[in-house]
Ligand binder design. Sequence first.
Ligand code: TXA
Ligand code: MG
Length: 318
Amino acid sequence: MSPEILLPDAIARAAAVLAAGGLVAFPTETVYGLGADALDATAVRRIFRAKRRPADNPLIVHLAGVDELARVAASVPALATRLAGEHWPGPLTLVLDARPDVPSVTTGGLRTVAVRVPDHPITLALIAAAGVPVAAPSANRSGRPSPTTAAHVVTDLGDDVDVVLDGGPCRVGVESTVVDVRGGVPVVLREGSVTREELGIAGDAPTGDVAASPGTRYRHYAPACRVVVAAAGSLAAEVGRHGTEGGRVGVVACRTTALPNGVVEVARYAEAHELAAILYRALRDAEDAGVDVLVVEGVAESGVGRAVMDRLRRAAAG
Ligand code: TXA
Ligand code: MG
């Protein structure tokens, strides 16, 4: 058997593409990102074109370390320093006042900037080697499920991306929690994998104004098939309702749930973290399996289950 040839310079080459204004898709612990130099307006405009993303939906700027915050943030309140210390590298995005030299295309015309340090060795090395802050939305076509493998990125973006760094499947599978930290208390703008409990926020505390997080008002996460959410324990009833409409019914169900007859088993999970990790892949797999209606058995709305149910409802809203 001939040896496998590995190229040691993949990260350096991708970093050079970023530094020269190109687009590089990279793995993070949550989902794959589509990156460009955050301070290069022309490069960032290419992200919006590739994704067909509305121009008023701002991007998250990815840094290699907390000490780089001053490159994009005008000020760093004590709450930001504390939360960054507790959760970075990790799936927490902080909204801060932006430095005036951050291009408005990156911030979607807002005076704030969203930042995080992702928890992935390939991408931390990439950002450090590029030497620039990296603006990156999820690397899907706008409105589609976020990509959790390199193949998902290629399916959605094809030739519109210059380089894809393949780091295998993403570990967490649901995006970062977006938190506005400017007012002294954390305000959740988007539910994500860092839970309210971990942020010391009461479960019933209101979510920030939708207008404050433009992305949350757009159509999201929708595969080609219809998605239906079943409450935990009511899979059979929901399948019964949709099975009678004819067509192919797929299911994503808890491992302990008995599957109704005649359905396509798309994926199984043991608990909320596992559903988070497999959900986007399952939406795409259902599409590939020619499923017409995908019934997903939901989980309790606590911990990471809150973010998972938020994504599921958006996918179901199509
Ligand atoms: O896990 C993640 O966050 C992934 C990986 C690649 O880091 N990224 C991601 O990016 O999910 P995207 O663009 O798909 O979602 C970014 C969200 C959107 O809802 C956007 O509106 C919000 O963050 N956002 C970005 N900048 C903001 C700002 N300055 N103020 C309020 N919300 C902001
Ligand atoms: Mg996205």
